[in-house]
Design a protein around this ligand. Structure first.
Ligand code: HEM
Length: 447
């Protein structure tokens, strides 16, 4: 289910009433919607404001209290344990996964070379689902080849159901929701999702214990799950249920936002083709088809700027919220305990006070600003509760986009496609993300 209009309505509040708006959400509940960087600066860096708002509870039957939804001591302990698992060396191991799945995506796009308008979002979403399953669980669900599988459908159903709950007032209450068709559908989807995760966890654990007993190294690329299992086996207080929660959390947090980010980047590339392949040609020379290395990715500085500008205009997480658990003095007033503050990144990034001519797509605005925009540019949030998968996402995006740009020239769709931006937990376009492809010479990159 797609909820149209929420984003436009919230933007209109900001445009009409100023950069911070107080909204009554119940007899005793208030929400502060803001695109003023001072509130981001106040909340994001401090440990005392890491409590998420109640909307996140709708994820809990699926994700339990994994990193995205947990609070307090549990969140702090897990964040400490999980941060090293996203180390750069591990990301290098994942390049092969990014590469093999990008190749499947490219083959899908090749089937559409004669089409003047292709909606790329669905294809990209299946690709990022394959990538996250393989990197997190170490096994592929082959979503790109089998998009009708029970697992893929259940992921989709859960996202639809959660979105429906967040924006449908009567479904906010469990005692009403439990009598709806959605609840039955959720029950079925969760059975499939959880049993898949448990199955993988159990199989990989046996593999590890076996190898340990024989005193040999497991000869396969390590998935994030394996690192968590090592912690469990070494007695570092991460139970199997906690591991299940984290694996499902990465699955959810790691595929949908990345699909949104890659799709919008490809759309922007198609509509700003000026320098699409120049940088790739400089890096790959006459061997346009070879695998990408982490050194190549580091050299893609123009692609970096391009992605930054795409995420400014189309932040996959358009808003995220915190709930205050004590009164907070702010600019001569008190922000009361219980207040939900919704940090509206989509509006922050379009605030002309911070980004002149905000609607203009201009990657060069990010040249020479590294480190100078801590609280006005926040696609990955900031501070202790920022996106733990930030670097993972950027490496994945660059790998996939590089492979696509080296295979095709990306062009605007015919007829011209205008995005209809909306929020479906992540930012999407309700009428699809449409572009056109023209094949390049695989050795030289010419079209
Ligand atoms: C372009 C892609 C991505 C974007 C734009 C993005 C954005 C974000 C944002 C804005 C948050 C903060 C949410 C909040 O405060 O409620 C977040 C949190 C999180 N993200 Fe990402 N994310 C992306 C990709 C990923 C990937 C690939 C992974 C995992 C592999 C991931 C895992 C997480 C987790 C676990 C959290 C919760 C962290 C915590 O609360 O400690 N994300 N992400």
């Amino acid at each position: 289910m797609i909820i149209l209009g929420i984003l436009e309505v919230l933007m209109s509040y900001i445009n009409n009433y100023g950069d911070t708006v107080r909204i009554k959400t119940g007899p005793k509940r208030q929400l502060l919607l803001t695109s003023n960087y001072k509130l981001y600066e106040l909340l994001l860096p401090k440990m005392e404001f890491v409590k998420k708002s109640m909307d996140y509870k709708f994820f809990q039957r699926w994700l339990g209290t994994g990193l995205l939804t947990s609070e307090g001591a549990k969140w702090k302990k897990h964040r400490q344990i999980l941060t090293p698992t996203f180390h750069f060396n591990l990301l290098e191991d994942f390049l092969e996964v990014f590469e093999s799945n990008s190749k499947i995506l490219v083959e899908e796009f090749k089937k559409h070379l004669d089409d003047t308008s292709v909606d790329i979002y669905r294809f990209v979403n299946l690709c990022t689902l394959d990538i996250i399953c393989e990197t997190t669980m170490g096994t592929s669900v082959k979503a790109q080849e089998n998009s009708d599988s029970e697992y893929v459908q259940s992921v989709k159903n859960m996202l639809d159901i959660i979105m429906g709950r967040v924006f449908t007032p009567h479904k906010l209450f469990d005692w009403i929701y439990f009598f709806t068709e959605d609840y039955k559908k959720e029950h079925k989807a969760l059975k499939i999702l959880h049993s898949h995760t448990w199955d993988v966890i159990k199989r990989r654990r046996v593999l590890y214990l076996d190898a340990l007993a024989k005193g040999v190294e497991v000869k396969q690329r390590k998935a994030l799950l394996d690192l968590l299992l090592e912690l469990n086996i070494n007695g570092q207080h991460l139970s199997l249920e906690e591991i299940r929660e984290e694996v499902d959390t990465f699955m959810f947090a790691g595929h949908h936002a990345t699909a949104s980010a890659i799709s919008f980047s490809l759309f922007c590339l198609a509509n700003h083709p000026e320098e699409q392949a120049t940088e790739q040609k400089n890096i790959f020379g006459n061997d346009f088809d070879r695998s990408v290395s982490s050194r190549d990715l580091k050299s893609m500085q123009y692609l970096d700027l391009f992605i930054k500008e795409t995420l400014r205009l189309y932040p996959p997480g358009p808003f995220y919220s915190r709930e205050l658990d004590h009164d907070v003095p702010y600019e001569g007033t008190i922000l009361p305990k219980g207040l939900t503050i919704t940090l509206f990144a989509y509006a922050l990034h379009r605030n002309p006070a911070y980004f002149p001519e905000p609607e203009k797509f201009s990657p060069s605005r990010f040249e020479n600003v590294d480190g100078k925009l801590p609280f006005i540019y926040l696609p990955f949030s900031a501070g202790p509760r920022n996106c733990i998968g930030h670097r993972f996402a950027v490496v994945e995006m660059k790998s996939v986009i590089s492979r696509i740009v080296r295979t095709f020239e990306l062009l605007p769709a015919i007829p011209a496609h205008e995005l209809q931006i909306a929020s479906q937990i992540v930012l999407i376009s309700t009428n699809g993300v449409r572009i056109r492809f023209k094949k390049r010479n695989q050795h030289t990159g010419t079209v």
